[in-house]
Design a binder for this molecule. Sequence first.
Ligand code: AMP
Length: 212
Amino acid sequence: MSEILTIALSKGRILKDTLPLLAYAGVTPIDDPDTSRKLILDTNQADIKLLVIRASDVPTYVEYGAAQIGVAGKDVLLEHDGTGLYEPVDLKIAVCKIMVAAENGKSIDQPRIKVATKYVKTARNYFASKGQQAEIIKLYGSMELAPIAGLADCIVDLVDTGNTLKANGLSPVAHIADISSRLVVNKAAMKIRHVQIKQFIRQIETAVAKKK
Ligand code: AMP
């Protein structure tokens, strides 16, 4: 048996879309990830284990080598500072956009604006690239509330159908980036365990292509 391959998966929406891809690649968890309280899940393959963790922790586990492979949203990767990760496969799941949104009819063309977001780095880089001064206010959730409650002029958040914005009287005013989940790999592990990891990457690439 080869050395254990540990894969860190993002909980929630991404997990739901990742499991079918893993199944296509021949990996299925033994316990049901939705109901199990275990944090490390065994799979049908004795040498593959899954960690089911908070999305924003996935890059950290993979960068430090606690997991050799991970699945993380591009939104999370854009916020992560590390350099110890490869991003070899776009899994084309949990597809959405990261956008600027403001109250219906309001413009964000002001010399200085207040921006509420969980995505501080992405927001800072975006407004800096436009040469617009922005005060970034960090929030942990329900960003849509910030403009309505008078906390900020606009928000930077993920948009899928646009229904959440609409329900709160907000409209998208700028597109920052297209988002989807990516397979990430620890750089050192890619060198040291090249054969095992390359084989897994190939299986996942085939699974992504088959699913299309
Ligand atoms: P929607 O109403 O379909 O535009 O979805 C927007 C809400 O879902 C926002 O609260 C987003 O933060 C969240 N969301 C949308 N897409 C994703 C995704 N791919 N991953 C995580 N959260 C998402």
